[in-house]
Design a protein around this ligand. Structure first.
Ligand SMILES: Cc1ncc(COP(=O)(O)O)c(C=O)c1O
Length: 484
């Protein structure tokens, strides 16, 4: 069990459950049960939470208790609820699907494929000159052994300066350079989590973070993001207070996959609530540089931290290039030392040459990042335009930054669509990759990291196979797909 949802909270999540489109003449209890199933399938209602008592939900919804009793009975019959007399009812999915421990999700080296499965840009043109300049710097390091478990000092300083420029004074001894953000996450988990410890994550979230958590045998509890509005403050803070997880992993800037940006007020409240219940926050800032449309990014979450509760992780992959494999951790200086001690048991240190390339790229950060934002805005708009034209039934919230948009489809067909798209040369990451237990079949993540012409072509092919799915009468609902 990961917590409890109160009657008023569930009523808010259910919204207009009694007036859903397509309801026709079904009785109230069936409509209520159907709406709860929908919330579970979309990941907005976590698995393993205790639902309110029948009387409490009836009061919150202003309906009769008999209706709630009948709805709960139906949910039990369909395998969406488990009840024990005297102890309450917990959400579940039929077949007890779980997150698998192997979440392999990497790009294919298939040049014929339009790869919309990976949300990363090709290298910027400045990368070659940065690499040449790094080679010139290398002799300064060649007389040493080359092992720098916390990173070469020039890069630690450059990263610390970037935090300071964002309004968060940071010294180089608070920075540890890692081989990518993913590596940073794994190291922090090694330090801060014992097997079986609970970690709160957003749902949907970044699949490889789920893989890292599964690898460290975390118990995962989820906070469901609303497709249009993102985090629901009361529910998020309520989950922290009830679940008291050891860690929470959050992506506050242009969240992957939804693109949402967490407001400053919620950042402050999350840090305060985490401190009150003894939760450490892992804040993934992968997309912080990539705001668009003049959107101002709120202060870093760590700005509100007075008790070393916040560990920030980030890296070069999204604004610069994933192939560099440079990331970092920002934490207190003693935490950085402890992380370095963990790290020597893993990979000792990051490559010196790559770190020097990163130093040269960061020296031109302003120009490079400005170009990236323009490029991404053009590509995002091309993708939105193609979707509006070819798949007008899909609903999207326009992301104000990052590299992905999260489309709500016209049915629970995400996995079927991804399979069909692969046959016409488009690789997609279907919704269930971003949730737990086979949820999210009505959603699809679409990155706008490919050139605009490729995105338009890809949407054309997706629209054709979407149309074929209906025409060939293929089953619209499949068993939930397990992440594997
Ligand atoms: C939220 C998030 N965290 C971490 C990563 C991994 O980044 P890196 O390439 O720096 O390991 C990604 C890559 O897509 C991401 O989206």
């Amino acid at each position: 069990m990961t917590g409890q949802v109160r009657g008023v909270q569930l009523a808010r999540l259910l919204g207009q459950w009694h007036a859903l489109p397509g309801r026709r003449r079904s009785p109230d209890y069936a409509a209520l049960a159907g709406s709860v199933r929908g919330l579970l399938a979309d990941g907005r209602l976590p698995l393993g939470v205790r639902l309110p008592a029948e009387r409490e939900l009836a009061e919150a919804l202003r309906i009769s208790r008999t209706t709630v009793t009948a709805a709960y009975r139906q949910l039990r019959e369909t395998g969406h609820l488990a009840s024990r007399r005297g102890a309450g009812s917990w959400t579940m999915l039929p077949g007890n699907h779980r997150v698998a421990s192997t979440g392999l999700w990497t790009p294919l080296d298939d040049r014929e494929m339009l790869d919309l499965g990976v949300a990363a840009l090709a290298a910027p043109p400045q990368l070659l000159s940065a690499a040449r300049a790094a080679a010139e710097d290398l002799p300064r390091y060649l007389s040493g052994a080359g092992y720098h478990p916390t990173g070469v000092i020039e890069l630690r300083e450059a990263v610390a300066d970037a935090y300071t420029a964002r309004g968060l004074p940071t010294s180089a001894d608070q920075i540890m350079v890692t081989s990518g953000t993913q590596h940073a996450l794994d190291l922090v988990l090694r330090l801060a989590l014992t097997p079986g410890g609970t970690v709160l994550v957003e749902s949907p979230t970044y699949p490889n973070a789920l893989a890292a958590l599964a690898g460290r045998r975390a118990r995962i509890s989820t906070h469901g993001l609303a497709a249009d509005a993102g985090w629901e403050p009361d529910l998020l803070l309520g989950s922290l207070r009830q679940t008291r997880p050891k860690l929470a992993y959050l992506i506050p800037e242009f969240q992957n996959p939804t693109g949402h940006l967490m407001p400053a007020s919620l950042r402050e409240r999350v840090v305060a609530a985490a401190h009150a219940v003894g939760t450490d926050l892992i804040i993934d800032e992968s997309f912080v540089d990539l705001s668009m449309d003049g959107t101002e990014v709120p202060p870093p979450v760590a700005t509100y931290d007075r008790h070393s509760r916040v560990i920030s992780i980030g890296g070069m992959s999204k604004p610069y290039w994933g192939g560099l494999r440079i990331g970092w951790v920002r934490a207190s200086a003693p935490q950085v030392q402890r992380l370095a001690a963990v790290r020597v048991g893993v990979d000792m240190a990051s490559p010196v040459l790559d770190q020097l390339v990163a130093v040269h790229l960061l020296a031109h950060a302003e120009a490079i990042v400005a170009d990236r934002r323009v490029q991404l805005a053009v590509q995002r708009d091309a993708l939105l335009g193609a979707l509006a034209q070819q798949l007008p039934e899909w609903r999207v919230t326009v992301p104000r930054g990052g590299v992905t948009l999260w489309a709500e489809l016209d049915g629970p067909v995400s996995s079927a669509l991804a399979r069909a798209a692969e046959e016409v040369g488009v690789r997609l990451a279907p919704g269930p990759r971003f949730g737990l237990d086979g949820t999210m079949e009505r959603f699809l993540r679409l990155p706008f990291t490919l050139p605009a012409a490729d995105l338009v072509e890809a949407v054309g092919r997706i629209a054709a196979v979407r149309y074929d799915l209906d025409r060939t009468g293929r089953q619209r609902w499949r068993e939930p797909a397990v992440i594997a």
